[in-house]
Design a protein around this ligand. Structure first.
Ligand code: ATP
Ligand code: MG
Length: 211
């Protein structure tokens, strides 16, 4: 049996067509089902539905053999023990620094001011600002990052941006790109050795589907 860990939402939506190209179709609508383990048309493959941030954990411990996780999550929470053979080129976005339109970010940075930055990506943000030599106080948030600069909680946020519509609707502007993000296939290293016969054809199919 092969278990693939996926998160609902964007990753699931964009992954299902890739899995289909590899001959794997969920037997029920994974997006709306309350079931967390979903069988597929393939007798030996099942989907495990977890929170996006939990995907690497399931694969690291081998509770899932494979998973699909955003590059943002892999960078933030680590990718020890994971084999990352394929960029799926889905769920593409950018991790950016954003501020209120009326906040003079460049000037604040140049003047050496200490910035308050709200984000769910503490580790990534810490590395980014420390490499730039900018002093920051980081505030951990779990969602709706856009609110932080509007309410005075923070001067800036570090968050994912795709169209920029949410920023715009909240009078924010992106001022710096930290990284380009897309979803990657991750594989438990031990499983890749022990179940190579099952995993390799799936990897080949997915590689073709991405191209
Ligand atoms: P939740 O929204 O339930 O709190 P989450 O934010 O972790 O969970 P999603 O919003 O579905 O889950 O994001 C999952 C992954 O999709 C992210 O880790 C990222 O790689 C990608 N992603 C997030 N936002 C965007 C976006 N606006 N455009 C494209 N990809 C995105
Ligand atoms: Mg989200």
């Amino acid at each position: 049996m092969l278990s693939i860990a996926l998160s609902k939402g964007r990753i699931l939506d964009e992954t299902l067509p890739l899995l289909k190209a590899a001959g794997i179709v969920a037997v029920e609508d994974a997006e709306t089902s309350r079931k967390l383990i979903i069988p597929t048309s393939h007798d030996h493959v099942r989907l495990i539905i977890v929170r996006a941030t939990d995907v690497p954990t399931y694969v690291q411990y081998g509770a899932a053999d494979l998973g699909i996780a955003g590059g943002d999550i892999l960078a933030e929470y680590g990718s020890d023990g994971l084999y990352q053979p394929l960029d799926l080129k889905i769920a593409c976005c950018r991790l950016m620094v954003a501020v209120r339109k009326d906040f003079a970010y460049e000037q604040a940075v140049r003047s050496g001011a200490r910035l308050r930055v709200a984000t769910k990506y503490l580790q990534t943000a810490r590395e980014h600002f420390s490499a730039k030599g900018v002093h920051v106080d980081l505030i951990k948030l779990y969602g709706s990052m856009e609110l932080a600069p509007l309410t005075g909680l923070a001067d800036a946020i570090v968050d994912l941006v795709s169209t920029g519509h949410t920023l715009k609707a909240n009078n924010l502007v992106a001022v710096e790109e930290i990284s380009q993000v897309s979803a990657r296939l991750i594989i438990n290293q031990a499983a890749f050795k022990l179940k190579r016969v099952q995993i390799q054809p799936l990897l080949d199919d997915l590689t073709r589907a991405v191209k």
